[in-house]
Structure formats: C-alpha cells, structure tokens
Design a protein around this ligand. Structure first.
Ligand SMILES: [Zn+2]
Ligand SMILES: [Zn+2]
Length: 273
C-alpha cells in the first residue's frame, strides 16, 4: 500500500482570539471540515511575559469559551481541541502555571518568540545590526530553560528566528552551528515526553523550510524522541493544514510511525498511513 502521509490533523492554529489571528473558531472549523481534517487544535497566543500588560486573563477566558462553543457546534464532524500557545512561559513561571490551571486545556504549546526584555523576532527589522549567532545561542538557552520547567506538551517551531533572519536580511543560519545546545534540547524533550513540533509556516514564507528540518527530526529520533506533532501555525482559515503532508512525510522519513494528538493533555498516537 502506498503511503499518502495524510494524518489529517493540525495541532497548531490561531483564531481571531490571537492578536494576529483573523477568523473565528467556527469559521476555522468549517474550513477544516472542508479540507477533510479529523482533528484541529486551536492554540491562540498568550505571551506570558506580557500577560498583565495585554489583558491576558480576559483573552484566555474568551478564547477558551469560543473554542468550546465551536467544539459543540462541530461535534461528530471534527474533533476540536482547546489549546493555547504559551510564549516565554519560563520568564514568569508562576503566571504560566496560573494560566495552565485556569482552564481545562487539551494541549499546551511552549514557544519562545523573544529574548528576555527584547521584542519578538518577528518585529526585528534589521538583523544586520545584531549579533545573530549570540542571539541564537541565547534563544536556544531559553528553549532549554523552558524545557527544564517542562509543563507543556509541544515544543513549537524550534528554529523560529531563522524565518525572520532570512526574510529580513537574507541571512541563512545553520542549525549545526548550535549542535551541542540543540542536542541537549532534543534529549530533554525526549526524556520528558514532550512532542517535537514540525511547523509548516516556513513553507509559506521566503525561507521555504519546515521548522525544524528533517535532519533535526532524525536527530530527535536518535536521541530517544518518541512524539512528533504537526502544525500549520495558520493565522487564516485558508492556511489550515497547508504543508501538513510534508511534515508527516518528514516524520515518517525520520523513522516515526505516528504523529501525536493531545486530548486533555494526554498523547494519542495517530498512525501515519
Ligand atoms: Zn509561535
Ligand atoms: Zn503559533
């Protein structure tokens, strides 16, 4: 039988409850059904280090409520998972724990979008003005610190800054420069049964690559990694599941027989077929 890599799930998407999202959960569910998905996780942003400034408590409650409504409306058609993408949780662990305890989330994504007291890599206009190598070292250190805390299910877009370094200044970074740090990250994620995400957003951006790429997914397997998550990081309904087939194929080629869905924060393996 030919594998068509259609594990029809998307574990990382944003609705208009994210500051940079565009479509309601119901509209996103409708699009996901039309694309034939079996499950979708909504993982709206919550930047933990800006939680009090950005009225985080209200936003998290509102997103959870609206996703719950969409889940009821689409019951029997698609499995809707109520998640959250926590940015920089290790910068304020007490607040991160409070957010996690505030709702019955299915899945928590852990992300680092910015270094401490710095802006999101997304907003940095000119990377030629910064030392990208030391920024990347600091970034991977922060990922490691987040993993040492570890109260999350999916490690998001491991090479996040690469997207913007390439888009803004045509800088191509090589993950092998950071091998010892990346190995430590992958080992700790494996040990804690945290899923490594293969994020497909980069396929829609100038860098045109998965995050991380296949060699890193293979290394994760070598270092004992068991769980792989696939996510489009869609901020528009039309981007749901885009690139998921490539991500699933990459997981399969790296030796994984399944991708992981999280429900009530427990992993469920979805075989790759
Ligand atoms: Zn993110
Ligand atoms: Zn995201």
């Amino acid at each position: 039988m030919m594998t068509n890599y259609s594990a029809l799930i998307d574990m990382h998407t944003h609705t208009d409850n994210s500051f940079d999202g565009n479509h309601s959960p119901v509209y996103m569910c409708d699009a996901a059904c039309n694309k034939g998905l079996r499950a979708i996780a909504f993982t709206d942003h919550c930047e933990v280090d800006a939680y009090y400034r950005d009225n985080g408590e209200r936003n998290v409650r509102q997103a959870f409520f609206e996703i719950s409504k969409a889940r009821s409306a689409f019951m029997g058609k698609i499995l809707v998972l109520n998640g959250i993408e926590l940015g920089q949780p290790a910068y304020d662990i007490a607040t991160a724990e409070k957010i996690i305890a505030s709702q019955k989330f299915d899945v928590i994504i852990g992300s680092v979008h910015n270094l401490r007291n710095k802006q999101d890599f997304y907003y940095i206009e000119d990377f030629s003005k910064i030392d990208t190598e030391s920024a990347m070292k600091e970034y991977f250190d922060e990922i490691l610190t987040m993993l040492q805390w570890g109260n999350f299910d999916i490690l998001a877009h491991l090479t996040y800054p690469f997207r913007y370094m390439f888009a803004k200044n045509n800088i191509t970074e090589d993950i092998n420069k950071y091998k010892s740090q990346v190995d430590e990250i992958l080992k700790l994620a494996a040990e804690k049964d945290i899923a490594l995400e293969i994020n497909t957003a980069g396929l829609r951006q100038p860098i045109n690559r998965l995050s991380p790429e296949k060699e890193t997914v293979m290394r994760f397997k070598e270092l004992g990694g068991k769980l792989i998550s696939v996510g489009s990081d869609a901020h528009y309904a039309q981007h749901i599941a885009v690139g998921i087939k490539d991500a699933v194929k990459t997981a399969a080629e790296a030796g994984f027989g399944a991708v992981t869905l999280f429900q009530k924060r427990s992993p469920i393996e979805i075989p790759i077929v």
